[in-house]
Design a protein around this ligand. Structure first.
Ligand code: PYC
Length: 332
């Protein structure tokens, strides 16, 4: 949607409007673009994500980067689904690029659709993503359960040398994104220790890259998760999750919790249906369990709460040097 808001040197300026709804899930922000996005054609969600990345990356940057957003934001572009059984489609992105799936974002999407009166029948919404169909179900207590894409572990007990930190023991698993899950370590997993945890996770990513370790489909392992026992709160574990753009996840990270559940199940430590309570670095909680689908695939179900906390129209003025957000290209 375009409008004429400003006049610069006798020239009428076309200002593009984007309508967004903000929410947060356990402290982690989600910003859903509900109107004003570009036409991405009629391909699959994965194809339309490629069009967005290659031809309209300005949208990602304008929506989640400063000055409108921050490194912590995950954005989502609401799309028409190509799968006729789905209610909506979604493409998630962040400060550095595009996500495959995002569970905290999908819990945020569920409350956003409820706010708009657009969720599926009886609070159950089928959502097409670039990596498969997921569902969200709003529970009577207001929480939301997301049934995620099939999840699995691809590497167990990997010994990784991390510069400045020594050897750690970790698994690699898929939960809708690729994760390095670190348990054999001596780090303190606490809010006060976020700067050190961030340095550790960045160094661990560098080690993965140096050693050419990737997910079993060749995908980059771009999220790193560090686990410890949960002291002082009712949870099975507390985690710290570093996202691809260098920000930490304020929520327990739903795709990361899915990857964790797959590892626990494959190690015989979490039977089907048993609840695992995963706390974030802030102490916000997700409850998760795994079930098998008809094909025998492991489906994590993640439950958490989200709150709608903003409804805005963004104005994209081409005369604004930071119209499309602050990026390396806009810095001189
Ligand atoms: O909840 O899946 C998640 C997620 C991914 C990145 C940030 N949050």
């Amino acid at each position: 949607m375009a409008g004429t808001l400003g006049v610069v040197a006798d020239e009428v300026v076309d200002v593009r409007r984007l309508q967004v709804i903000d929410s947060h899930t356990g402290g982690e922000p989600t910003r859903i673009v509900i109107d004003g996005g570009p036409n991405l054609g009629a391909g699959t969600l994965a194809e339309r994500r490629d069009v967005l990345r290659e031809e309209h990356d300005w949208l990602r940057s304008a929506v989640v980067n400063e000055p409108r957003g921050s490194d912590a934001f995950v954005g989502g572009l609401l799309c028409a689904p190509t799968d006729a059984t789905c209610d909506v489609g979604i493409i998630y992105f962040n400060n550095t690029g595009y996500l495959n799936m995002c569970v905290h974002g999908t819990i945020g999407l569920a409350v956003t659709l409820d706010w708009l009166g657009r969720e599926g029948k009886d609070g159950l919404t089928r959502i097409e993503t670039p990596v498969g169909v997921v569902t969200s179900k709003r529970l009577v207590d207001g929480r939301v359960t997301v049934a995620n894409v099939p999840s699995y572990r691809s590497l167990k007990d990997l010994r990784l040398q991390v510069d400045g930190f020594g050897e750690v023991v970790a698994d690699v698993a898929w939960g809708g994104n690729w994760f390095l899950l670190v348990q054999g370590h001596t780090l303190e997993v606490s809010y006060a220790n976020i700067p050190t945890l961030t340095r550790f996770c960045q160094a661990a990513r560098d080690s993965l890259e140096r050693e050419g370790i990737r997910g079993s489909d060749g995908g980059e392992i771009d999220h790193v998760e560090v686990f410890a026992s949960a002291e002082g709160i009712e949870a099975d574990s507390r985690n710290f999750v570093l996202c691809p753009g260098g920000a930490y996840d304020r929520s327990p990270c739903g795709t990361g919790t899915s990857a964790k559940l797959a590892c626990l199940h494959e190690s015989g430590l979490l039977p089907e249906g048993q609840v695992w309570r995963q706390a974030s670095i802030l102490g916000s909680l997700f409850e998760g369990k795994v079930v098998r689908d008809e094909q025998g695939q492991l489906i994590p179900q993640i439950t958490g709460s989200a709150f709608v906390n903003g409804e805005s129209t963004f104005l994209l003025n081409p005369n604004d040097p930071f119209c499309d957000g602050i990026t390396p290209k806009t810095v001189c």
